[in-house]
Each structure stands twice: as structure tokens, then as C-alpha cells.
Design a protein around this ligand. Structure first.
Ligand SMILES: [Zn+2]
Length: 121
């Protein structure tokens, strides 16, 4: 399982408040986060720091797997054709006639205005 730099950084920031009682780890994590924000490749160091504490490791894994699901979902949204054509009902912008799509994903044409813009309703 590999995680993106953003996922790791995000998780580290979420977990940082829990390190308040562990000043040594907290300081180290803070340093790593600021290094990561400057573009240094310290993701592995952050992961091993989080893994050095049982509770943190558990929390980190939980956050990383939740984050991963969200990341996949939002990443697949732009340009997803089924997300755009999720309706069967359309309307001709010329004559406001309502048109029915024969199938999801297919935008119907107005019989009277084949070049008119069609909007989903
Ligand atoms: Zn029309």
C-alpha cells in the first residue's frame, strides 16, 4: 500500500494534536511536516514516526484508508461522463420543449431545433 504525499501530510497534521503529551515526537513531527511542506521527501520518515507509537499507528492507518477512499472518489469526478448525464429528462433551450433521453448518457436532440442547446432538467 502506498500513499500520496498529500495523504501522509494531511494525516500527520490531523494526528499532531494527539502528540501534545509526547513532546519529543511532537517536535519531530512538526519538523518533518515543515520539511515536507518545503518539498523535501520526508514522507517515509513521517510514516515511520507515526508507526513508532501503537496508538498513533492505528489512528494513522484509519485516517489514511478513509482519506484514500475520498481521494479516489473526488479524483474520478472530473470528466466522468456518467456524472454529467445522470438524468433522462432534457429541455430544448429554443422552444422549452421537454425531451426524453432514450438512454442514460445520451443527450437527445430537439426535433425542431437540432442545433439548439439542450439542458438537463
Ligand atoms: Zn426546440
Amino acid at each position: 500500500m502506498t500513499y500520496t504525499r498529500e495523504q501522509i501530510l494531511h494525516t500527520a497534521k490531523l494526528l499532531q494534536p494527539q502528540l501534545a503529551k509526547l513532546p519529543d515526537l511532537n517536535l519531530e513531527l512538526q519538523t518533518l511536516i515543515s520539511q515536507a511542506e518545503k518539498g523535501q521527501p520526508v514522507e517515509d520518515d513521517i510514516l515511520s514516526l507515526l508507526a513508532s507509537n501503537d496508538r498513533l499507528r492505528e489512528e494513522a492507518l484509519k485516517l489514511l484508508s478513509t482519506d484514500e477512499k475520498n481521494g479516489t472518489k473526488s479524483a474520478s469526478l472530473p470528466g466522468n461522463p456518467t456524472a454529467i448525464a445522470s438524468t433522462l429528462r432534457y429541455e430544448c433551450l429554443e422552444c422549452s420543449k421537454s425531451l426524453k433521453s432514450p438512454q442514460l448518457g445520451i443527450i437527445p436532440k430537439c426535433p425542431d431545433h437540432p442545433n439548439a442547446n439542450i439542458k438537463a432538467i
